[in-house]
Design a protein around this ligand. Structure first.
Ligand code: F6P
Length: 361
């Protein structure tokens, strides 16, 4: 029986990928297993296969280094997702090639670290005969079957820090500051950072907004002597009756690129209220840099749990966090349907109880 496992990081990067790689390699070394990293996402499995051996001794500094030493891609020949709920069947020839490569590398299993798109690919590879386990990654925190994905806490920390910084300048200038955050279909980052960073208005994809309500909140604040307002906008937020704001044209095999809603919202606020308004787009600063200590912890626990699943022969399963425990769930439970912020759930209720407006009546 082979004692070599492979690791792939797929989709958009996020803080903590390297921490997972490190944990997998260290836990595998305890069992005298060798680890091979597939380079550049799933396409690294295709001919000519791109991979590197992962040496136990090289892993130490990886705990706090952002990005992924293996490289990743959210495009390429494996594109299985081009939108929420849309699943493309990967051509059989590609799946065959990946399986051949898997065997040629002498692997006994793969650890696939990814979000909805990568785990959708993983499921198809698994159905095609490749033993694998999944680790849930995405700053958006929108995967089903786990209470949290890694990367989210780090993104939320970056967003909260941005709000702290914007608050002082907003207050000094008596301005409205609009902060555009990532969160394609889910407003977890915007809502959580909105609460943690003292936002006044939070606009998320799950709750379409109207400018009347947004501007009413800003004016109400003015009337009680608060001459500045922090507006947090998820990139996927939309005005009632309107679609998402996109940037440029997207390639056919990729998800639509979102962006620009912050500027649209800021201009409309200034036009309606006469208040000087500025916009800040945090963008990929949410995805780069060192993971928070919480993310380091769950990445490490996830990596160790993934190795244990392989040892137990529990393939086709994803590591998950339930409460404060690591568990495993079938990959299909995590994919196909995104976990969005429940508009009537505890998080939104908490925010509303603080007086945060979601821009709806
Ligand atoms: O899914 C994670 C995410 O960060 C989204 O919030 C965002 O829309 C997207 O990735 C951006 O991806 P790209 O790397 O293509 O700019």
């Amino acid at each position: 029986m082979s004692s070599r496992i492979g690791i792939i990081t797929g989709g958009g990067d996020c803080p903590g990928l390297n921490a997972v790689i490190r944990a997998v390699v260290k836990a595998a070394a305890q069992r005298d297993w060798e680890c091979v990293g597939i380079l550049g996402g799933f396409d690294g499995l295709l001919e000519p296969a791109r991979f590197r051996h992962l040496d136990y001794h090289e892993m130490d500094a990886l705990l706090f280094v952002g990005g992924t030493v293996l490289g990743t891609a959210n495009q390429g020949r494996f594109a299985a997702k081009t939108g929420d709920g849309q699943v493309n069947v990967i051509p059989k020839a590609i799946l065959d090639e990946a399986r051949e490569s898997f065997h040629r590398l002498g692997l006994k299993a793969l650890v696939v670290v990814g979000g909805d798109g990568s785990l959708t690919i993983a499921q198809q590879l698994f159905d095609h005969g490749i033993p694998l386990v999944g680790v849930p990654k995405t700053i958006d925190n929108d995967l089903e079957a786990t209470d949290l994905t890694f990367g989210f806490d780090s993104a939320m920390a970056a967003a909260t820090d941005a709000l702290d910084r914007l608050r002082t300048t907003a207050e000094s200038h008596r301005r409205v500051m609009v902060l555009e955050l990532m969160g394609r279909h889910a407003g977890w980052i915007a809502t959580s950072a909105g609460i943690a960073g003292g936002g006044d208005v939070v606009l998320i994809p799950e709750i379409p907004f109207t400018y009347d309500v947004v501007c009413q909140k800003i004016m109400e604040r003015s009337h009680i002597g608060k001459h500045f307002t922090l507006v947090v906008v998820a990139e996927g937020a939309r005005e009632e009756g309107h679609g998402e704001t996109t940037t440029g044209k997207s390639a056919a095999d990729r998800e639509t690129r979102l962006g620009g809603i912050g500027t649209v919202v800021a201009e409309e606020i200034q036009r309606r209220t006469g208040k000087e308004t500025r916009v800040c787009v945090l963008g990929h600063l949410q995805r780069g840099g060192a993971p928070t200590s919480f993310d380091r912890l769950i990445c490490t626990r996830f990596g160790v749990c993934a190795v244990q699943l392989i040892a137990d022969g529990k393939f086709g399963r994803m590591v998950a966090l339930k409460g404060f425990n690591t568990v495993d769930v079938p990959i299909p439970e995590a994919i196909g349907h995104l976990r969005t912020v429940p508009p009537a759930g505890d998080l939104v209720k908490t925010a509303r109880s603080l007086g945060i407006s979601f821009g709806n009546a």
